[in-house]
Design a protein around this ligand. Structure first.
Ligand code: NAP
Ligand code: MG
Length: 455
């Protein structure tokens, strides 16, 4: 087995050695998950619910430990990482209600009784990216486990530490061995095996659109069930009837949170021409307040980027762009990059079209509502977006017009565990979170029981 040395992106210190699973270890873990499924699927609904609640309680008592681990592994700010660990608890707790409420239907038909059942799929393979290691893991495993599936989960190679700990917490809470197995390893080994192994009945993939397409093609071979959460290049549209001060104050958080390493990052800012100068002046001030700094401090707005290679990729976009102004960041050690605002000459500039996945915001002016919609939709992505306006009419019209799965009006909030999350177009396939996600972890079985007429 090979190992990976985990590096703290804020200090560049090595903090852990993690064993990477090879193909044989992956196959063994999948076989154990398939065996565990035969028991887990038959655990009484109330007992499965109770085990999930205990798991949520175990996560709750480890919030500080998990948060500190994520700060060290991924460079997240301590305040974000604490929210993320709390989100894992909340998502498990939310889906703990499912085992006792997985209702089928009785459908009126002639000649008998017709009933639908929602049956688990079997082993579900969850593949997680490095940008939100904790929440994205839970969004996959919690509804899957609640519906009676077992889960094998591959964290990103570079950010495995919190997932490993969450797997231990599941066992400590009494979740049986093999029900939730964390398999650190490479995408090309462990991730691809989830796609090709016939015992894995569904793949949940969150990551880049490029890898998502390969996984979708691979799943075709076995007509394998698939959920995809992919990239985004999300629009923040500010109309001239908006509260300009509030919109400008919120814009940095909407794009630079998690150092812009967020699929929902509002990295395209569209400002109506009449308020453009006033808005940009307020934005420059707000960006000045959104400094990159030591992520262990509670007041820090954003931390470093995840690796040196990723920092260099972000820097390449900025070097090729038109910089309007930047915020501040520490110098090394650490993979630092300051929040940066670009004003591209056209909406076809590379920084305006490609997902940079760093603290980079590209701003363009627009004149009419129709033009704003055209620009917002002129992308292969469709994950999220924001609309700032004081007109209810306009908020209704524009939110129905933007081709994206998660929109917010006068806010940048995208994620609530109780509401559906996912993308239009090349941002994904299917929805996570909320009540409907459960359906994607079950097969509907319809059974017709013939009855003879009474004599
Ligand atoms: P990535 O390179 O696509 O990797 C994502 C995961 O897939 C990692 O665990 C990776 O393993 C694995 N992987 C890589 N190649 C694979 C293959 N051939 N078969 C199976 N698995 C494979 O994405 P990333 O760079 O980690 O994350 C950034 C991307 O994720 C961005 O595009 C972002 O927008 C997207 N994202 C989307 C959402 C959403 O909900 N829509 C949320 C967060 C992030 P390794 O670690 O070994 O590379
Ligand atoms: Mg990658």
């Amino acid at each position: 087995m090979s190992t990976y040395t985990v590096v703290n992106p804020a200090t560049e210190e090595s903090i852990a050695e993690v064993e990477l699973a090879d193909l044989a270890a992956t196959d063994r873990a999948i076989a154990r998950a398939a065996e565990a499924y035969e028991t887990w699927r038959h655990v009484a609904p109330a007992d499965r619910a109770r085990l999930l609640r205990r798991f949520a309680a175990a996560v709750d008592s480890a919030i500080d430990e998990l948060a500190a681990l994520e700060v060290a592994n991924a460079g997240h700010t301590i305040s974000n990482a604490t929210w993320e660990a709390g989100n894992v608890r909340d998502v498990i707790e939310y889906y703990a209600a499912v085992p006792e409420r997985l209702f089928g239907r009785q459908i009126p038909v002639a000649g008998g009784v017709d009933i639908t059942f929602h049956e688990p799929l079997g082993v579900v393979g969850v593949i997680v990216p490095w940008n939100f290691p904790m929440p994205i893991a839970a969004w996959g495993f919690a509804p899957a486990l609640a519906a009676g599936n077992t889960v094998v989960l591959k964290p990103a190679e570079i950010t495995p530490l919190t997932a490993i700990r969450i797997g231990e917490l599941a066992r400590e809470a009494g979740i049986p061995e093999g029900v939730l197995t964390i398999i650190p390893g490479k995408g090309s080994v462990v991730g691809e095996r989830f796609v090709t192994h016939p015992a894995v009945r569904k793949v949940v993939f969150t990551g880049s659109t490029e890898v998502g397409k390969r996984i979708m093609a691979g799943c075709a071979d076995q007509v394998k069930n698939l959920t995809l959460e992919l990239g985004g290049k999300n629009a923040n549209i500010v109309f001239d009837d908006a509260d300009v001060a509030a919109a400008a104050a919120a814009a940095p958080g909407g794009v630079f949170d998690n150092s812009g390493q967020d699929c929902c990052s509002r990295s395209r800012l569209l400002v109506q021409r009449g308020i453009y100068d006033e808005f940009m002046a307020a934005l420059e001030e707000a960006v000045g307040d959104f400094a990159a700094a030591d992520p262990t401090l509670p007041e820090t707005a954003m931390g470093p980027l995840v690796t040196a290679a990723h920092r260099d990729s972000v820097a390449g976009y900025v070097a090729a762009g038109d910089v309007a102004f930047t915020g501040t960041a520490p110098t090394g050690p650490g993979f630092w990059f300051p929040p940066t605002v670009l004003t591209p000459p056209t909406t076809s500039s590379v920084d305006f079209t490609e997902e940079i996945f760093g603290p980079v915001l590209s701003v363009v002016p627009f004149d009419t509502e129709a033009e704003a919609l055209r620009i917002a939709n002129d992308t292969e992505y469709g994950l999220s977006g924001s609309i700032w306006t004081s007109s209810l009419d306009r908020a209704m019209r524009v939110s129905r017009g933007v081709e994206a799965g998660n929109l917010s009006v006068n806010s940048h909030a995208s994620v609530r565990y109780s509401t559906p999350f996912g993308g239009f177009k090349q941002s994904g396939l299917g929805r996570e979170l909320g009540p409907d996600a459960v359906a994607s972890f079950t097969e509907v079985k319809n059974v017709f029981f013939a009855t003879q007429p009474a004599d």
